[in-house]
Design a protein around this ligand. Structure first.
Ligand code: F6P
Length: 360
């Protein structure tokens, strides 16, 4: 192996730059291998937009959010959207990608991405391209790894938001609802809710009954706790109801944001408790900014181990945290089945033990 290419795919996430930096430094310092950066995820691979990455290019970025390579969650080379006469058609551009990799004498590809990007990585692996994946997402919904990088940073941001909501909730005797991201998984809500001392946590894995949430809040009021903090995962759903985020994720090419679950919960809680409610939708704040020290360390370990995996020939694998080690695992174990919160797991049990309601 003489030359490695690296790309960042899907939504951005704190820690991406720390991974890129570690890939570049490890390749050059440890293996004397060159690195090429592919710009804007798979878009750059299809359209042949690549830049050389040396140590200077990655200097001073370990603490910076976002990705110096750019990203997009639109371009799937196997189903590449092309506009013709105002109409969208989808074409397979994977051969073009393979041709571009050959043209630049690239021996292996490191894909830093979540479920979608690693699925594409796996498809390239099946076409004979030497690929290694790195698990990225604030949602922590990838299987086969203890944690994805970016999750801890998102949880930290959400926890800070809960801390701030606490003081204003208490002053005004209000119910404060914080809607957090996570797609179909409730990890961000669960972890930030526990860390921030929330009173109610609503997650997709545990369908809630609004009446039970109301009862919990009423009981708090009777104890003199005349405010409540409710953390709602964007994918949470009422028993027998529908997931709002599902429509949004499926229509992610549509720039119009659908109304969130937070508003719906607020309206219903206001009716049944007669208390004032306010909603905060944390949105992309939890994807931006500096990674936490945990994420910087994890990202550095992932980036460095991804190059080790390339050099050891672990193609079609993803580097995964199997505490305390980072190990290569087949991509097939990471993709396909999402990693969800276990409703019976220790984390949910601990949350319930300290009095947090899940509305179940
Ligand atoms: O997967 C990361 C994530 O931030 C999800 O939590 C969220 O549902 C989605 O991406 C938002 O995507 P976009 O940036 O396209 O709005």
């Amino acid at each position: 192996v003489k030359r490695i290419a690296v790309l960042t795919g899907g939504g951005d996430c704190p820690g991406l730059n720390a991974v890129i930096r570690a890939v570049v430094k490890t390749s050059i310092r440890r293996y004397n291998v060159e690195v090429v950066g592919i710009l804007n995820g798979f878009h750059g691979l299809v359209n042949d937009v690549m830049i050389p990455l040396n140590e200077e290019a990655v200097a001073g970025i370990v603490h910076r959010g976002g990705t110096i390579l750019g990203t997009t969650n639109r371009d799937n080379p196997f189903r590449y959207a092309v506009e013709q006469n105002g109409q969208l058609t989808f074409e397979d551009r994977s051969e073009q990608c393979i041709e571009n990799l050959r043209k630049h004498a690239i021996d292996a590809l490191v894909v830093i991405g979540g479920d979608g990007s690693l699925n594409i990585a796996h498809q390239f692996h099946e076409k004979g391209i030497p690929v290694v994946g790195v698990p990225k997402t604030i949602d922590n919904d990838l299987s086969a790894t203890d944690y994805t990088f970016g999750f801890d940073s998102a949880v930290t941001t959400a926890t800070e938001a809960i801390d701030k909501l606490h003081t204003t909730a208490e002053s005004h005797h209000r119910i404060m609802i914080l809607e957090v991201m996570g797609r179909y998984a409730g990890w961000i809500a669960l972890y930030s809710g526990v860390a921030g001392g929330a009173d109610v946590i609503l997650v997709p894995e545990i369908p809630y009954e609004i009446e039970k949430v109301c009862n919990h809040i009423r009981a708090r009021n009777e104890r003199g706790r005349k405010f409540s903090i409710v953390v709602v995962a964007e994918g949470a759903k009422e028993k027998g109801g529908q997931m709002v985020v599902q429509q949004r994720v499926e229509q992610s090419h549509d720039p119009i944001r659908l109304g969130g679950i937070g508003q719906d919960v607020a309206r219903k809680l206001e009716m049944c408790t007669q208390m004032e409610t306010r909603v905060t939708v944390l949105g992309h704040v939890q994807r931006g900014g500096s990674p936490t020290s945990f994420d910087r360390i994890l990202s550095t370990r992932y980036g460095s181990s991804a190059v080790d995996a390339v050099m050891a020939g672990y193609y079609g694998h993803m580097v995964a945290l199997r505490t305390p080690r980072i190990e290569p695992v087949p991509l097939t174990e990471a993709i396909g089945t999402l990693n969800n919160v276990d409703p019976e797991g220790q984390m949910v049990q601990a949350a319930k033990s300290v009095g947090i309601s899940f509305g179940d």
